[in-house]
Design a protein around this ligand. Structure first.
Ligand code: SIN
Length: 474
């Protein structure tokens, strides 16, 4: 039985605070309530994490690894329960939620091992009576601010490397989806992490965020969310020169050349575009198709899109769940209407579904152009806009013409064309004939205004470590 409270210094707290409802986006019903924490609770959690830091950092990487591994095992043991909580508070189909639970758990398992491989360096000396070394140390208290679109994976992608490196953690989950995060903390407690090492505070993003960004005891803030909020965090963190990792917005181009395997391109585009109902930072948002295969691709892609089943995530066979809230639906609808009023042609979907819930039909709009809202702003919904192009130079220019630089996709069977194109693309992640490139062992993150730092892979632990150069006179 879940308590849905905050967890600070090894105690479940917040029962006496005002409570905030958590809604099921599929039905609008209240799933549960969580405490509306604020400044005071955030300060308490930071103090607990700060007090616990020395003891946790002093444990060996092997001891920390054992706890992370136990945490991983418990996630797998509770996969159905976690997936159901996620579907009910976030809306994604149960089978997709279960996939996310595994994706999330794998970050814990991977960093349980990677923590054992935090190597320092020995540098050749320039004088005989000195030895020069680089030591690596955990950065300190880490504050993690996580989004609603991947309530489990975005948390473990931060917690896994932070804990493995020897950092203590304070979590602020999204107010839309705090229940999955609380359940994860409950499992972490069961795994046996010492008190104060992991803390979670739900409630006011403004008040809790301000503590995270301004309290000197927090040495690092790691955030996944919009570019707009990321920029504000950078400003707020300036007074304490806060170390920041930012995984921000994206506006991914999908480039489909005339030598692409059409079936691969359709499958990859469906996977990229409609995962999580299009509510991912890496999902394709602009599809560019070379003119000689344009009609063939549009027809095949629209046919597949029409087969996707929209519905409640707990219903068997659902491919696409609801959007997170009414504002999300309105934005999607605005993008579609704007495209149509500027010459776009809807060839699948194009409308809201039902009176209740935040459902929008999987939509394909062809003949779009760069002036449309949808080709410039992150849609965060199940809409695929398709534009025709003629040459490689033209499509590379179109693809890079954005302040974002998170993910891009290229479909071509030509190694030479693929290589030349990808070398010119300013995006941190590229799927080449692959619509689902994310993997725990690979670095995830963006160029330009899509963020700072990388999560995942051996690179992902560096952001939680300080480098200390030591010159030893002998
Ligand atoms: C995201 O959309 O921010 C994360 C998606 C992923 O990890 O693949």
């Amino acid at each position: 039985m879940m308590n849905n409270l905050n967890y600070i210094n090894g105690e479940w707290t917040g029962k006496n605070l005002q409570q905030s409802p958590v809604y099921n986006p599929s039905t609008g019903e209240v799933v549960s309530e969580v405490p509306k924490g604020g400044k005071q609770e955030a300060v308490q959690a930071v103090a607990a994490a700060s007090d616990a830091f020395e003891g946790w950092a002093d444990q060996t990487a092997y001891d920390r690894s054992k706890l992370l591994r136990k945490f991983f095992d418990l996630m797998i043991e509770h996969e159905d329960e976690l997936a159901e909580i996620m579907t009910k508070e976030m809306g994604k189909p149960f089978k997709e939620a279960k996939g996310e639970v595994h994706y999330a758990a794998n970050y814990l398992e991977w960093y349980a091992e990677e923590g054992k491989r935090i190597y320092g360096e020995t540098i050749p000396t320039h004088v005989p009576n000195k030895r020069l070394q680089v030591w690596k140390k955990p950065i300190g208290v880490v504050a993690a601010i996580t989004p609603w679109n991947f309530p489990a994976a975005m948390l473990t992608r931060k917690m896994g490397p932070a804990l493995a490196a020897g950092c203590t953690v304070v979590i602020k989950p999204s107010s839309e989806t705090p229940l999955t995060a609380i359940k994860l903390v409950e499992l972490a407690e069961k795994a046996g992490f010492p008190k104060g090492v992991i803390n979670i505070v739900t409630g006011s993003s403004r008040e809790i965020g301000e503590v995270f960004l301004t309290d000197e005891r927090v040495r690092k803030v790691t955030f996944t969310g919009s570019t707009e909020v990321g920029k504000k965090l950078m400003e707020q963190g300036a007074s304490t020169v806060k170390k920041l990792s930012l995984e921000l917005g994206g506006h991914a181009p999908i480039i489909i050349y005339n030598d692409a395997d059409i079936e691969k391109a359709v499958n990859g585009t469906i996977a990229s575009k409609f995962r999580n109902a299009g509510q991912t930072c890496v999902c394709g948002n602009r599809i560019y198709v070379q003119s000689d295969i344009y009609d063939e691709f549009v027809d095949a892609f629209a046919d597949r899109t029409k087969q996707l089943q929209v519905g409640d995530g707990m219903k068997e066979g659902t491919d696409i769940g609801p959007l997170i809230n009414e504002a999300g639906v309105e934005k999607v609808d605005e993008h579609v209407k704007n495209a149509v009023s500027n010459g776009g042609v809807v060839v699948a979907g194009g409308h809201r579904i039902g009176e209740k819930g935040n459902f929008y039909s999987p939509t394909v709009v062809k003949d779009v152009n760069p002036s449309m809202l949808i080709m410039n702003e992150e849609t965060f919904g199940p809409v695929a806009p398709i534009q025709k192009f003629e040459t490689e130079e033209e499509v590379i220019q179109l693809a890079n013409d954005t302040p974002y630089g998170l993910a891009a996709y290229v479909f071509t069977e030509s190694v030479s064309r693929g290589t030349k194109t990808i070398e010119k693309l300013d995006f941190g992640i590229v799927g080449w004939n692959d619509g689902a490139p994310s993997a725990v062992q690979a670095p995830f993150g963006g160029m330009k205004e899509s963020g700072l730092g990388r999560e995942g892979g051996h690179q992902g632990i560096d952001d939680f470590l300080e480098m200390q150069y030591v010159s030893i006179g002998i």
